[in-house]
Design a protein around this ligand. Structure first.
Ligand code: ARG
Length: 500
């Protein structure tokens, strides 16, 4: 479209290399809405005559209809969505009117406007999905909360925990992801329009008006900072990277937990895959792919950070490369959150097996050491030593904590017999879980209290998501109403006065 310094077009090879229309398709609706708001503002400020505003808005309505029908075709020779929509408008409204739409604006502020508007809608959808994921864990906790399972450190049996404790741990991680997404939303939802190329403009524009029409929380003020910065994309990519990292850990828990060696969970058959050769296989492909796809998202974060690093202030075409990793991260996160929620809701715990595992490998050793310290006044380090020796002895004799009488005999040789009944209670994994009453611990009161707080957090978040969506929808409807009444011949000031 535009060769160097206004000369005839660039070479085909250059156009093919620089074309961003495919990546920009995702911002088409935002671009049209942005053009409507900008044009209304130009009209209200008297920068563009009312007649031309009407022509432009009429053409934009047509563009919107085509976009909504999925029929808006972009020409790669026009470089990007902005030039395509402008060319479309001029094609209908004529160059005398259409050629005025890009007054007091640049593609530099336009592209970040479109990107911010696109991200905020996708982010709210994703947040709603993460609320549902956290809820799935809270439901699993309510269902099987008191079941006892081994807690692991170093993938070795550590201490017994409840299934409710395990499930609420994931809910807690995902509530933090929601907090990060909401924080990046606040960075995203600001109005860059009016920054123009980098320096603002000598036209008397009204940036508050476009902010209002586009549903932005406020104006992002500093023109040079606005067109240079991509912090809103980086914050979003970080929030998604952390979310996907948490999901990759869940994936690992599922891959191991469903293996024959652990056998703690069974995947629903419809969420597992077979093998082309081994008839017995039931593979956790969804979890494995989720685990791997987390890499693409954090790689995307790294790509944009590295693109920005060392870049002088101002707009550079380097910045055009922010969108492919962003779109990929949004798609990957959305898909992974959805399918993993289904997996979590449909997998079945084997609670007998879980309990059995807690007995087999000395998972209440710490509880016994704590007992000796609390009830017999033994310094903890000495108690740790005694219980360690007890475990070594039991391993030698191929025994476990289930052999309580033997345990007490061995303790007696260290002068620390506690009595079989007491010892039985101390070493019982379910009783041990119930005794861990410290704040945030695995005891049932603590888990119930945490589950309630986490439920309140996801409910509040879900309500906030709905409010943000409603605010966007209101702004969209207000703009559409103003456009329609101007197209119908109403005075621009009056049309704008009636909205918002
Ligand atoms: N396609 C460009 C991008 O995505 C739009 C901005 C182009 N600005 C420019 N001065 N070439 O960043």
């Amino acid at each position: 479209m535009m060769g160097a310094r206004g000369q005839a077009g660039a070479r085909e090879s250059v156009l093919a290399y620089t074309d961003s229309t495919a990546d920009d398709m995702r911002m088409l609706h935002a671009d049209i809405w942005g053009n409507e708001a900008h044009t209304l503002m130009l009209g209200k400020q008297g920068i563009v005559p009312a007649h031309d505003v009407r022509e432009i808005l009429t053409a934009l309505q047509e563009a919107r209809r085509e976009a909504e029908a999925g029929e808006f075709v972009m020409d790669a020779r026009l470089e990007d969505v902005h030039m395509n929509v402008e060319a479309y408008v001029s094609g209908i409204a004529g160059a005398q009117s259409g050629g005025r739409m890009h007054t007091a604006r640049s593609r530099n502020d336009q592209v970040v406007t479109d990107a911010r508007m696109t991200i905020r809608e996708e982010l709210t959808d994703l947040e709603a999905g993460v609320c549902a994921l956290a809820d799935a864990f809270l439901d699993r906790s309510a269902e099987h909360g008191d079941a006892v399972m081994p807690g692991y450190t170093h993938t070795q049996h550590a201490q017994p925990i409840s299934l409710g404790f395990w499930a609420t741990a994931y809910a807690a991680l995902f509530v933090e992801d929601l907090r990060r997404m909401q924080a990046s939303y606040a960075t995203v939802n600001r109005n860059p329009l009016g920054a123009c190329a980098l320096a603002g403009t000598d036209f008397e524009i009204d940036r508050d008006l476009t902010a209002r029409l586009l549903g932005f929380d406020r104006v992002d003020e500093h023109a040079l900072a606005v067109i240079s910065n991509r912090d809103f994309i980086i914050e979003t990519l970080f929030a998604l990277s952390m979310l996907m990292t948490n999901l990759s850990r869940l994936a690992a828990d599922i891959v191991y937990g469903t293996s024959y060696e652990f056998r703690m969970w069974t995947l629903d058959d419809s969420y597992a895959m077979g093998s082309s050769i081994m008839p017995q296989k039931k593979n956790p492909d969804v979890a494995e792919l989720a685990r791997a796809r987390a890499a693409k998202v954090s790689a995307g974060l790294q790509a944009v950070l590295s693109t920005l690093k060392g870049l002088p202030l101002g707009y550079h075409s380097d910045l055009q490369e922010d969108k492919p990793p962003l779109w990929e991260a949004l798609d990957t996160s959305e898909g992974t959150v959805g399918i993993m929620t289904e997996v979590v809701r449909t997998m079945t715990p084997d609670t007998d097996r879980m309990l059995d595992l807690t007995y087999g490998n000395f998972s209440t050793a710490t509880e016994l050491a704590n007992y000796l310290t609390r009830e017999a006044g033994v310094p903890f380090r000495e108690a740790h030593d005694i219980v360690g020796k007890l475990v070594m002895e039991l391993v030698d004799r191929k025994a476990t904590f289930r052999d309580v009488a033997m345990c007490d005999e061995i303790l007696a040789t260290h002068g620390r017999a506690v009595g079989v009944d007491t010892l039985k209670a101390v070493l019982d994994p379910a009783a041990a879980v119930r005794r861990n009453r410290s704040a945030g611990g695995t005891g049932p009161e603590s888990v119930t209290a945490m589950a309630e707080r986490l439920k309140a957090a996801t409910d509040t978040h879900a309500a906030g998501v709905e409010e943000r969506r409603a605010a966007i929808d209101r702004a969209r409807a207000d703009t559409a109403r103003a456009v329609a009444s101007v197209v119908d011949g109403a005075d621009i000031g009056a049309a704008l006065g009636r909205c918002g």
